[in-house]
Design a binder for this molecule. Structure first.
Ligand SMILES: [Zn+2]
Length: 185
């Protein structure tokens, strides 16, 4: 790799070293293995944005692991399971419109938001929110969510060895037929 060294005032070969470094993530010290770039001529540190961004990502992931938070990919996976846009998913959850986009791009969610997103990974939990707030998402997405909540609930029912049309919706003994779900609400 080559980069500009400010001390030598020219493009130089970059040498990579491994070291420990401590980052502040949400006010907390997170120590990780980082990659450091040095000039092959004068030995001074060189800032290379890709390498630095990668170190920062590693620190964020370490923080997520420590606090058992969903990763950006996991958040995206839950959202896409229901065919929701970032804005619609945020609206259903009662977040600001741009919040999900920020999380999927690497911002770290607080614990309350994290817990809510974890809970709606279960289709019956998403359905509870959806039934109250579907008016705030576009009609085409409502079709998609309906179909996918049904499919995901079916898959869960299969995996639990129950008939596909009977899904337990709560911890009580009450069951409900997903076939009866309104599509044109
Ligand atoms: Zn140099």
């Amino acid at each position: 790799m080559r980069a500009i060294c400010d001390y030598c005032g020219k493009e130089v070969d970059v040498l990579l070293y491994q070291a420990k470094d401590t980052y502040k993530v949400k006010g907390e010290d997170i120590t990780i293995d980082v990659t450091i770039c040095k000039c092959s001529c004068c030995g001074e540190d060189i800032w290379v944005s890709d390498v630095d961004n990668n170190n920062l990502r590693t620190a964020y992931n370490e923080y997520r692991k420590k606090h058992q938070l969903l990763t950006p990919d996991q958040i995206k996976g839950i959202r896409e399971k229901y065919g929701l846009s970032q804005v619609s998913f945020a609206k259903l959850l009662g977040f600001g419109e741009k919040t999900i986009a920020r999380y999927e791009n690497g911002s770290i969610q607080d614990e309350a938001h994290n817990n809510l997103m974890m809970l709606v990974d279960e289709p019956q939990n998403l359905k509870k929110l959806y039934d109250r707030k579907k008016y705030c998402i576009p009609m085409m997405e409502q079709f998609s969510v309906n179909a996918r909540m049904y499919t995901n609930a079916q898959n869960i029912a299969y995996s639990r060895g129950k008939p596909s049309y009977q899904i337990r919706l709560s911890s009580s003994e009450k069951t409900e037929q997903y076939d009866d779900m309104e599509v044109y609400a």
